[in-house]
Design a protein around this ligand. Structure first.
Ligand code: NDP
Length: 483
């Protein structure tokens, strides 16, 4: 049975419907069929959500970190208990194979809730002695935060934003992507089942317009966006008007550099994980695969062979390991890039077309002999399209890898560890990998440099982006004044 949301929004601890909002169809990407419908938030719904969050935040911040953390950790337990149901929902929401969602979505969300739940009680300031006087600092919440999500990881994105925000004592209004509206509602439901006070975490549906209204509201103190660079620039500018805090997790065109001494099987595995997981709809993907000339043909042959292991089909079938694009629109965008690659003269190794079956499937696609000036080497595609580029020297590949506005991720495969660290040190990227690709544990900071973002999610770093420091000077003696 396909999932039916109880209502479109979750506000002040309960599901809320307002059918006056524009209907948003929920389409199952594996069949193209409409499975549900939700409604865009009207201005009244947006107001209700912001007012509830603002009203709830102060009491939430007054609770001890231990109490807040306990609720987040309880929510993590509930998510793990319900992992199968939540994974099935994630698969309906995104089209990603159940084989993936069972291990990567609610589980990753639960990790974030557990990790930040654990940290909540240890968020303290410091004591700075100054002779007889002293300064103490207090780590305070920012207040009312807005989270805006992309469509590729709807459960994970909601949890990666909510968990650190709530641990610090903030309240949040979260807007999922209009393409994947279902999962964040479940996150809200579970947080409240775990004991979260009403109003602390709210979900409203809508398109960019609703996101824009949230960002522009003067009550909002912080905006955390996961999305594309163009949207990031708009949201950052809008937030700057009121000097709001921001975290921007944006797109990439990340380099994956494979030296000729690399373990070929591992390098091919890394390239597959970094291009075809979630059918390539991952921001940190290593879509510019630079392969040193000496191993190029061997690498390509093995890559083509292993790509035959992609099993396309009904994503709810656990044997399937490769799903559709999230939407027809995204499929059309990706097919357009594939045509550009062909027209620009890149050598098609495998894939390169839509798969003849219902839904929005594109075969895993590898282009070789890609050059730096080709569109497929410069623009983020966000689909299963790998570009393989040749290189000869370390200096050359570093320069070419950095010649992009993006700076989200980078990876290096080599058996020479001195070189691995030297090259990673020189690459302009926020989240990097040596002899691996795309691992994103909650313990590690995640985020980009250059146009790929501002701030970090996950790890202790995320706490800095959901809190601020107050410093208090304490004088023990008399005040000296000029008059
Ligand atoms: P978009 O940038 O199109 O949208 C992101 C979110 O912002 C959506 O919820 C969207 O609403 C909303 N939005 C759009 N315009 C505005 C606006 N003016 N004000 C406020 N909110 C707005 O990204 P996609 O959803 O297409 O996601 C794909 C992109 O996300 C890729 O570029 C990818 O690289 C990036 N991404 C980055 C990640 C990271 O952590 N760095 C992780 C995952 C994805 P709606 O779509 O409903 O109109």
């Amino acid at each position: 049975m396909t999932p039916q949301p109880k209502a479109s929004h979750f506000i002040n601890g309960e599901y809320v419907e307002d059918t006056k909002g524009t209907p948003i169809p929920v389409i199952y990407a594996a069949t193209g069929e409409q499975i549900a419908v939700v409604h865009t938030a009207t201005p009244e719904i947006v107001e209700e959500a912001l007012a509830s969050a603002q009203a709830a935040q102060k009491a939430w911040a007054k609770m001890t970190g231990t109490e807040r953390g306990r609720i987040l950790r309880r929510a993590a337990d509930i998510m793990r208990e319900r992992n199968h149901e939540l994974s099935v929902l994630e698969t309906y929401d995104t089209g990603k194979p159940l084989q993936e969602t069972l291990v990567a979505d609610a589980t990753s969300g639960a990790d974030a809730l557990e990790y930040f739940g654990g940290l909540a009680a240890s968020l303290t300031g410091e004591h700075i002695p100054l002779g007889e006087d002293w300064v103490y600092t207090v780590r305070e919440p920012l207040g009312l935060c807005v989270g805006i999500g992309a469509w590729n990881y709807p459960t994970q994105i909601a949890c990666w934003k909510a968990a650190p925000a709530l641990a610090c004592g903030n309240a949040m209004v979260f807007k999922p992507s209009e393409t994947t509206t279902l999962c964040a509602l479940k996150v809200a439901e579970i947080l409240h089942e775990a004991g979260l006070p009403a109003g602390v975490f709210n979900v409203v549906q809508g398109m960019g317009e609703v996101g824009g209204a949230l960002v522009a509201d003067p009550r909002v103190d912080k905006v955390s966006l996961t999305g594309s660079v163009p949207t990031g620039k708009k949201v950052y500018a809008a937030a700057a008007a009121d000097m709001k805090h921001v975290t921007m997790e944006l797109g990439g065109k990340s380099p994956l550099v494979i030296f000729d001494d690399a373990d070929i099987e591992n390098a091919v595995g890394g390239a597959i994980n970094g291009n075809f997981y979630s059918s390539g709809q991952v921001c940190s993907n290593g879509t510019r695969v630079f392969v040193q000339k000496g191993i190029k043909e061997k690498f390509l042959a093995r890559l083509a062979e292993r790509t035959k292991g992609a099993v396309l089909g009904d994503p709810q079938d656990e044997a399937v390991n490769f799903g559709p694009m999230v939407s027809e629109r995204q499929m059309e965008i990706v097919l357009g890039y594939i045509e550009k690659g062909k027209a620009e003269g890149a050598r098609l190794i495998c894939g390169g077309e839509r798969v003849d079956r219902p839904g929005y499937f594109i075969a895993p696609t590898v282009f070789a002999d890609v050059t730096d000036d080709m569109v497929i080497a410069r623009e983020e595609i966000f689909g299963p399209v790998m570009s393989v580029l040749d290189f000869e020297t370390e200096e050359e590949v570093i320069e070419r890898a950095n010649a992009t506005e993006f700076g989200l991720s980078a990876g290096v495969f080599t058996r020479d560890f001195t070189r691995a660290h030297r090259v990673i040190g020189a690459l302009e990227a926020g989240s990097c990998f040596i002899n691996s690709y795309n691992d994103a544990p909650v313990e590690a900071p995640f985020g980009g440099v250059k146009a790929s973002g501002v701030g970090r999610e996950n790890s202790k770093e995320a706490i800095k982006h959901f809190s601020q420091v107050k410093s208090v000077y304490v004088r023990m003696g008399d005040v000296e004044a000029a008059f």
